[in-house]
Design a protein around this ligand. Structure first.
Ligand code: TTP
Ligand code: MG
Length: 347
């Protein structure tokens, strides 16, 4: 298993460039519109002038008089983010989204017939083609190193850090790049002459623990390539369902089966897009007198294909329909799991 860290390049600015491609050749920042406010980010063209996140706008304009500044449009960036990460999710056993533009991915590289670098390239290309967002990918054997790696060759970079390469990546790193060292800790360390990881490596475990508590132990470990944090999936759906209110109430089994077929098709599309499979299927019906009934079946094998969904749903329907006249019928799948990566051939 490997961990990929994916981080979008100049995210808010890239989203704005998609809406208005003319901005691509201009220095662009996204932020509050008064001179007193700060910029949230700047595109790479603007970074050539020294602009960076959290810089006051007046300063950014001083460094770059031609700067275009756009207001923050959070809902739009959330929408782009969802597009990007639903594509990426398909490649991992587990995905943990940690901010609007970054996620960790637990990847079973052995199940792909390509190297981790080629796989990252494929993910990067798919995301770029389908969403126009460029991403950088870091690959390593733990979260800490994967994140260091993704930051290495931005924008549109792919970097892998292997165990025997720690010495080439870590010692020269400024300590503020160590995830977990915030500005307060950084200042304290600077005060005692610690600026790079190379200096940090000279501090012993007890010293770090006494001065920085648990965080000190964490720092001691990660700069030696030890990070036991797992990739925790978040915002996982517990079930997926579709239902339909009938145009005219009916007890006709053929009409109802036809609707089940349509519902099964819609659910299959969702399951394929999200790379999911399910073990439990529930059929829901509502009678013309508004009484609802549900009936579930938990299967031995996982399913996601429309034929299987339909077969199970139709069997349940026969069992509960009897002489009822229905006004609504629905299918939902629960007990969800990710499908194996070898089934990703549709990509
Ligand atoms: P980052 O990934 O830190 O920055 P970025 O994507 O703009 O640039 P990079 O190519 O270096 O990754 O943050 C993601 C988005 O979060 C960023 O586009 C804007 C927003 N953000 C803020 O609103 N305030 C901040 O202080 C930072 C750092 C980011
Ligand atoms: Mg980013």
């Amino acid at each position: 298993m490997m961990i990929f860290h994916v981080d979008c390049d100049a995210f808010y600015a890239s989203c704005e460039e998609i809406r208005n491609p003319k901005l691509k050749i201009k220095p662009l920042a996204v932020g509050g519109l008064t001179n007193k406010s700060i910029i949230t980010t700047a595109n790479y063209k603007a970074r050539e002038y020294g602009l960076h996140s959290a810089m006051p706008i007046f300063m950014a304009k001083k460094l770059c008089p031609d700067l275009v500044v756009l207001p923050v449009d959070h809902p739009y960036y959330e929408e782009k983010s969802a597009q990007v990460f639903s594509l990426i999710e398909k490649y991992g056993v587990t995905m943990e989204k940690v901010s609007i533009d970054e996620a960790y991915l637990l990847v079973d590289v052995d199940s792909f017939d390509m190297s981790p670098l080629d796989l990252a390239k494929r993910i990067q290309e798919e995301v770029l083609t389908k969403t126009e967002i460029s991403i950088s990918v870091g690959i390593s054997y733990n979260k800490f190193l994967a994140k260091i790696a993704s930051d290495r060759k931005k924008p549109r970079g792919i970097t892998q850090i292997r165990e025997d390469q720690l010495d080439t990546f870590l010692p020269d790193l400024p300590i503020e790049k160590v995830h977990g060292i915030g500005s307060k800790t950084c200042k304290k360390l600077n005060d005692i002459g610690i600026y790079k990881v190379r200096d940090l490596l000279k501090l012993d475990k007890d010293f770090l623990r006494e001065n920085f508590g648990k965080q000190g132990t964490y720092i001691y470990n990660v700069i030696r390539g030890i990070d036991k944090r797992t990739v925790n999936p978040n915002r996982k759906r517990k079930s997926i369902g579709k239902e339909q209110t009938l145009r005219t109430n009916t007890k006709d089994i053929h009409t109802l089966e036809k609707i089940l077929e349509d519902l099964a098709k819609k659910i299959e599309t969702y399951m394929v897009n999200k790379n999911l499979k399910a073990k439990t299927l529930t059929l829901k019906i509502k009678e013309d007198n508004f009484t609802s009934h549900t009936k579930s079946i938990t299967l031995q094998e996982y399913i996601y294909k429309k034929e299987d969904i339909y077969t199970e749903a139709a069997t349940l329907l026969k069992a509960i329909l009897k002489d009822k006249t229905l006004r609504l019928i629905g299918i939902s799948l629960s007990n969800l799991a990710n499908r194996n990566l070898d089934q990703l051939t549709f990509l």
